[in-house]
Design a binder for this molecule. Sequence first.
Ligand SMILES: [Zn+2]
Length: 635
Amino acid sequence: MEGSCTYFDSNAWDQRLNKYVQRSWDLEHFLRESDAHVVEDSIVEIADEIDGVDADNVAQLPIGEVLEEVGADHGLSMEVIRETWKQQANLPEACPHDIHDSSERFCLCHTSPSKRQKLGINSVDMTEWIMSRLDSGEINGDAYSFVGARLRRFDLSSEIISTADNRPIDFRYIRVIEEVDCRDTVFKQTVQFKGAQFVSQRASASGREELQYGDHFIDFDADIDFTRTEFRQKVDFKFVLFNSDISFNNACFNAGMFNYGQFIGRTDFMAATFDGKADFSKARFERAANLNAKYNSAAIYNYTSFYGDVAIWTTTFRGKAEFWAATFHSNLNARYTEFCDEARFEEVRFEGQVIFDHASFHEDVYFRDVSSVEVISLRQAVLSSGMIRLPKSTPSFYDLRQAIVGNVNFCAQSDPDDELFEYFYLQETEFEGFDFSRYNDKLRPDWTVHTNTAPDTPFTLETDPAALETTYLKAKSGANEVGHNKAASEFFFHEMKFRKQQHARQALNDWSRITSDPASKFQSGFISGIKWVSNATLGYTAGYGERPRNVVFSSLTIILIFAILYALLDTGNIYSGGIGEEYLLLSFQSFITFILGGAPEGATFWFEFISAIQGFIGAFLIALLVFTLTRSIHR
Ligand SMILES: [Zn+2]
């Protein structure tokens, strides 16, 4: 039959668009396009009629839902909405294909699949027909338009799709009811799948719900298969509906736009490559999503909702990675993930496990106002710079054990009830360029960074002195590196304290097990005992060289003890006094004897002996005082 296909004037096309517009257009979008409405007023009016929804939320509701709630009031009718949508949708005016011989009105791709089946036209014939249209190059490229095509199977597997000119191939709003097979297909042209609907009538049950770390290259049987597909130019999947399990494994994209896409089944992008921007903003993943592709440019997941497990383990984000206001209703696994550019997890909501262990953030990373039910695990991760800001209510906890923390700003939107550092689990954490001076008032006066004792803390306070010694050793190195001497001094003090505890523990252990191997246990116990005593002595007398006032107190104590000794000996004192102050004076002089010189006349042997010992201790303590004083001035 002669003439052009009239599908775009048909009832079937209107029905198809109704369904699409109902789910993909929100109220605000419609009102802004509509001339008959004042946007803000209409939103408020409509919000008043729907219970339990405020104006902000009502604006974001799909127009179909609004219509169900308020009926045909407010000038809303499906016809008006659809026609308004059409005006801005940039649809082709008419179908470029000729009416098929068997039909009165439609071309081959717009004939209903059941009718084609009756005529004995199968999917191989359809593929051939599509390829012939792509090869024709006639009518200024309109031949590449298959907008709204109705297909049972969409099978372009192993085909190389190219055309004589550079016009995009237009598969917008097509509907595939059974299977999509684009394995090993190469699309050399820009290809548009915007608003396409890939519906599988098979039950979507093949994909496993939980993603196990280590499941790297398990190919699974997806109904919608773009495995190893190459999209050499931009591909547009905006507003697409994948109603079944989908595989993009090993696919190659230039830019891939999946904004507002709905992924109803399991989604796999394993080992896929995006050379251009990958945009999944406002997309919705209903089941497990394996998104560990190679992102060579920006990866955008703003306002994306994930209802199943999400895997981005061992993924490389070479461009910026944005997850603004994304919601993870299940687990996120980002082990060994590498973020080469800025990474933003701002206002994200995590409801399952969050694991970034061994991940590397080479540029700024922002965990701003993130809420998480579980601890956000960043164990052994590398955070070069950026910010972790706790939200106002219910701050989340960050596990930074053995991580490397650079110039990262820990802060809170408003001061948390507990101490800031309660929310960070620091253990054997390395600091490289971490600005300790920001936290002077948070860390004073104890300067402890292992503080996890808040009532509802998910952490257990570390008690192993060896681990704690390393924690403070690393904190000290970090503080030294940025020239924060006070912090370095305090961390050194803690480091020594925990070393002392280790010696004590070791000595006690050896002594208690001395029966098993007396000789060696005695030896090692004795050595540990000596180390413990000398460490403790240094700690008490000089605060490990960090506390001049300890030296002053020790000196006064020594003077007092020796005054009592002299009183007991009661010989050789050249002074006379009433309440014993003469012995105090004598002891004081003996203490600084290396300045004054010899002992008083008439001293006995024992007096001289004790005085000499005190002189020795005094010289030692004064030297120590000079040392700690000098050190503390430098701090
Ligand atoms: Zn047509």
